[in-house]
Design a protein around this ligand. Structure first.
Ligand SMILES: [Zn+2]
Ligand SMILES: [Zn+2]
Length: 276
């Protein structure tokens, strides 16, 4: 009997204090509109870094603002009739995210410069050439894999031929680099920081690593975010330009109307004068 009462009490308490989570979600959705300050505008425009980089090494966890696909659907419908200019919010968000990332890249580069053996500008340029070819090979291999996955065998073979050509060039560039220094130095892994995603790249990385990096979710996610930021900047600049022109047009119209009014007024005064 006692146990029964306690159970009932606990149950009652739970119902009172802790509503089932589904109800919380539903009421939030009813309460909040997509235009609410708490809603992530980048999510509405499908470019929040928290979404794009989820599941990568740089997973940012949950966004501080509300993400809800139902709100995005509401926004997409409503934005057909009205311009909410959320591109500006999203641009600010992505801009500060990318600025943070670029700062990290600069710090990593500085750290590398301090820890890696000093090499002359001439040798550095030779190493840079190998890095460039690594990047080319990595991108091509990622393309080959994508084409293969899409079942596009013929095209993937063509790209594979380009990989072969780049490999030949890379072997030559490595030879040039190797001849410019003692053997022991050549063995040392020369690192570089990827300007896109700030990951470390090795001069002697093998094909697998190159393809994994340049075709990986992290690097591609950063390309996506950077491209989206460029697009948002263009849209925001266009819209601001349009708004400025509209404002200017409205002002000119207003001034014209006022001049017109004044002219009419003067005319009336003149005529009453004349008739007096
Ligand atoms: Zn977000
Ligand atoms: Zn990268």
């Amino acid at each position: 009997m006692k146990a029964f009462t306690t159970d009932l009490l606990v149950q009652g308490f739970r119902e009172f204090v802790v509503p089932p989570s589904k109800t919380v979600g539903d009421t939030t959705r009813q309460r909040i509109k997509f235009s609410d300050d708490r809603v992530c505008k980048s999510h509405l425009l499908n470019c929040c870094p928290h979404d794009v980089l989820s599941g990568t090494r740089m997973d940012l966890g949950e966004c501080l603002k509300v993400h809800d696909l139902a709100l995005r659907a509401d926004y997409e419908i409503a934005s057909k009739d009205q311009d909410f200019f959320f591109e500006l919010d999203a641009m600010d968000h992505l801009q500060s995210f990318i600025a943070d990332c670029d700062r990290r890249t600069e710090v990593a580069k500085k750290r590398l410069a301090e820890t890696q053996e000093e090499i002359s500008a001439e040798v550095a340029a030779k190493a840079e050439r190998v890095h460039e070819l690594n990047e080319e090979i990595g991108k091509l291999l990622a393309k080959v894999e994508q084409l293969g996955a899409d079942g596009n065998v013929e095209e993937s073979q063509k790209v594979m031929d380009e990989v072969e050509k780049a490999r030949v060039k890379k072997r030559e560039a490595e030879e040039v680099y190797r001849n410019s220094m003692p053997a022991s130095s050549f063995q040392q892994q020369k690192l570089r920081v990827c300007e896109v995603c700030s990951a470390y790249l090795g001069l002697h990385d093998n094909d697998r690593r190159l393809a994994d990096h340049f075709g990986g979710k992290l690097h591609l996610g950063f390309i996506e975010i950077r491209e989206k930021l460029e697009e948002l900047r263009r849209i925001v600049a266009d819209k601001q330009e349009k708004r400025n022109q509209e404002r200017l047009k409205r002002r000119e119209e207003r001034e014209r109307e006022e001049r017109e009014k004044l002219r009419r007024l003067i005319k009336v005064q003149h005529s009453t004068w004349y008739h007096q």
